[in-house]
Ligand binder design. Structure first.
Ligand SMILES: *Cc1c(COP(=O)(O)O)cnc(C)c1O
Length: 393
């Protein structure tokens, strides 16, 4: 496969990305970039990673032809089953890659921030596996809302550090984690959970998630003898979507659709960075994000905890700008319908994040019947059952 020359050496995807950072972060990021550039083409490193992806996480994941929803909608739907992976979602691909990177860099401790707790759980998992000390920063408000994930992280041996400043959510947890990192960078690795943040993170996370798209390409050629018409994935920070899209960048006949959370609907201004946001800088990178008229970051909202990040990765911003991908929105209510549709038709309960993409199939089926579509089922729905049950009440 031809390697896509993105980002450039300064971390830019067109006008997006880069490194908008305080001076204290300059050396930590430089050390990370140099280590990664040495390891990314190292045979031994890649063999190790592949062996963990296979025997620990459960790769390759199946590409499943979903016969019932295909018949129901009159399009041909394949599901990329990231929901079957260990810990229940694609986040483990990235966590394994970065933890192995941390190990090669000689680090002893891993830190991360988490909102709903899913990235915290993936980080705690790989820390247990490789024997890292693990500290997870989490807003006090989120800790109260996500008791189960807090307990899961603690069970895995991680310490969950409550953040009491500001809005007591993800944004503030992120600031605390960065403060910790610059203070303890000698032995500490900062494990970021999506294709966001300053260079080199969007590139590193993209590379570790691109295993999704590489597998899909082989699998669909074997099953159908041709490439798909559409690739469909939900977009929070954007890692599962870019992981699916990126290896198809030069396959112009394959259309990309990223599905963002539209929250409560038309009047909801607290969701959908790409569809409704403006260009700005958040967490060290230039991209589309949700801000008010004074440039203050808005708190995002979605029924799916993994989709309520107020920004989106710079590679998506670039795909939108050059019209390589289309970005659409699906509301909370529609996502619940997608959740039920897949559960009842295929016996697969999706996480609420990819349930947004499942619902979008209904719209796509109207304009593109009989087309061949691959949907990234980024995670399983066990974690969301309580939420959906309460929604029904
Ligand atoms: C975290 C999460 C997402 C959103 O993150 P991306 O970086 O946009 O992929 C989507 N689906 C699931 C199941 C998640 O856990």
């Amino acid at each position: 496969m031809r390697r896509v020359a993105l980002p450039d050496k300064d971390g830019y995807f067109g006008e997006f990305g880069g490194k908008f950072i305080p001076e204290t972060l300059f050396n930590p990021l430089k050390e990370l970039e140099e280590a990664y550039n040495l390891l990314r083409n190292n045979r031994e490193f890649n063999q190790q990673l592949n062996s963990y992806l296979k025997d620990y996480a459960g790769r390759p994941t199946p590409l499943y032809f979903a016969p019932n929803i295909s018949r129901y909608l009159n399009i041909k739907v394949y599901l990329k089953r990231e929901d079957i992976l260990h810990t229940g979602a694609h986040k483990i691909n990235n966590a394994l890659g970065q933890a192995l990177l941390a190990k090669h860099m000689g680090k002893k401790r891993i830190i991360a921030e988490t909102g709903a707790g899913q990235h915290g759980v993936a980080t705690a998992t790989v820390s247990a596996l490789f024997g890292f000390k693990c500290d997870i920063y989490m807003g006090e408000t989120d800790i109260k809302r996500q008791k189960m994930n807090v307990f899961r992280m603690q069970t895995l041996g991680a310490r969950v550090i409550p953040v009491k400043s500001g809005s007591k959510t993800l944004k503030d947890a992120c600031s605390e984690a960065i403060r910790d990192w610059v203070t303890n960078v000698k032995d500490t690795y900062y494990l970021l959970g999506s294709v966001v943040g300053p260079h080199p993170y969007p590139m590193i996370v993209r590379d570790f998630q691109a295993v999704i798209g590489r597998e899909v390409k082989q699998q669909i050629l074997k099953k159908e003898g041709r490439l798909p018409d559409y690739l469909l994935a939900c977009v929070g920070g954007g890692s599962n979507a870019i992981g699916l899209f990126h290896p198809f960048f030069y396959d112009r006949e394959v259309k990309f659709i990223g599905v963002e959370a539209g929250g409560l609907g038309k009047k909801d201004r607290h969701s959908a960075s790409l569809s409704k946001g403006d260009i700005g800088v958040l967490h060290g990178t230039k991209s589309f994000l949700l801000q008010d008229k004074f440039g203050q970051i808005k708190l995002a909202h979605s029924i799916a905890p993994g989709l309520d990040y107020p920004g989106v990765g710079p590679e998506h911003a670039y795909y939108k700008k050059i019209k390589r991908a289309n970005y659409v929105t699906i509301t909370d209510r529609e996502a619940i319908e997608g959740f039920k549709l897949l559960s009842r038709l295929e016996g697969i309960i999706p996480a609420l994040e990819p349930a947004h993409a499942v619902y979008y199939l209904k719209r796509l089926a109207k304009s593109a019947s009989n087309s061949l579509v691959i949907l990234c089922l980024s995670g399983r729905g066990d974690k969301d059952l309580d939420m959906v049950r309460k929604w029904e009440e």
